[in-house]
Design a protein around this ligand. Sequence first.
Ligand SMILES: [Zn+2]
Length: 488
Amino acid sequence: MATEYITITRKIEVYLHRHGDSDEAKQRYQQEWQIWHDINDNLYKAANRIVSHCFFNDAYEFRLRLHSPRFAEIEKALKHSKKNKLSDDEVKALKAERQELYKSFKQQRLAFLRGGATEGANPEQNSTYKVISDEFGDIIPSDILTCLNQNIASVYKAYSKEVQFGDRTIPNYKKGIPAPFSIKAGGALLLKKREDGSIYVRMPKGLEWDLVFGRDRSNNREIVERILSGQYDAGNSSIQQAKNGKCFLLLIVKIPKSNIALNKDRVVGVDLGINIPLYVALNDNEYGGMGIGSREQFLKMRMRMSAQKRELQRNLRHSTNGGHGRKQKLQALERLEGKERNWVHLQNHIFSKSVIEFAQKHNAGVIQMERLKGYGKDANGEVREEAKFLTRYWSYFKLQTMIEYKANAAGIEIRYIDPYHTSQTCSFCGHYEKGQRISQSTFICQNPECKQGKGKQKSDGTFEGINADWNAARNIALSEQYVDKKKK
Ligand SMILES: [Zn+2]
């Protein structure tokens, strides 16, 4: 079965990319801007040409009917068939003959569109394409013309009947119409991410448009990330310049319709980790849990970035002469900070994606998380020592928001629960006692009756314990201490 899609359009501000500060780059920018300017200045004219010729092609066939004496005779005879007392067979024969004439007019039309040739695919669109490529081919890239030609032809087709019956006239395009282009070239997506995390879309003639998300209330970044990860598909999109000069990408997003029935009784608990960034577990015992992300890798990256930052800041303090060198260092610092933000964003994206994939894999209809406000605090409102380290470096709020957003799109419900005692309670028997989490990674239930909360028994009679993060994640999955949606 072919995938069914919901298609939406997202409007995202874009800037023509600057390839650096060198004179060469500046020149390139100016040239590219001129290319865009020329496209924008001529595109609407090409659109008007296309629609005029669509109409002209229809009108040609209409004229053929008008100039056929036999066609007029048949129409007249059929119109007065009762008065002329025509038999059913005679009416049938006339209608069949009229049908043949229609066919012949159609063929003449196609031959005309092909310039006399009897063969040739897609003569309708080729004929209008030829008109515009002759006139605008030097200015507007052929891919844009091809897309424009298709778009205008389908718009025209949608109401060609109304035009034919005189209910409306052909549309009139004005400067500033969107410039459509293929989003894929030979199967490769032209929406790309650079190494520094910035996202751009590549238009014909090498024009790169940087996507700007700003405050991103509509979560455009998330949608673009999903296209990049292959979760969503993209359709041919366009760039449009508004009257105020701002440019926008009108991104066509194809979202596959999800038709999986999720189990509302199966809950994924997400522990915002202490030992590792995230741990997920299910409320029913059948399946294990999963750790997401590596604490070591996370810390290493974090350390490397702060070392680079310290170095730059130190250099800045020592460059007392000011001027160009200082400016460059400041810029380098800004770039580094941008890189850091992008890295955190990317990590959050990967983490949240893994959570959703875990839920989907197990067909879970609900994801439960601890309410952020209060996270890591013990009964006295003190932040747990082990939690301090990670919370300092991580935006859990953003991570939870991302999980929430992705869950929404996947039809999974999100619930927040009170984090009280989730790491100190046994997820098997419910026994709470301080000190059961004997280390960051190990939990041993102190209830004498409880077996599962202790893990394997060792030869000396003591217990191995269970994974403390898994235990906490299970408690979160099992909790019914629901609280309001998190507050910032
Ligand atoms: Zn227990």
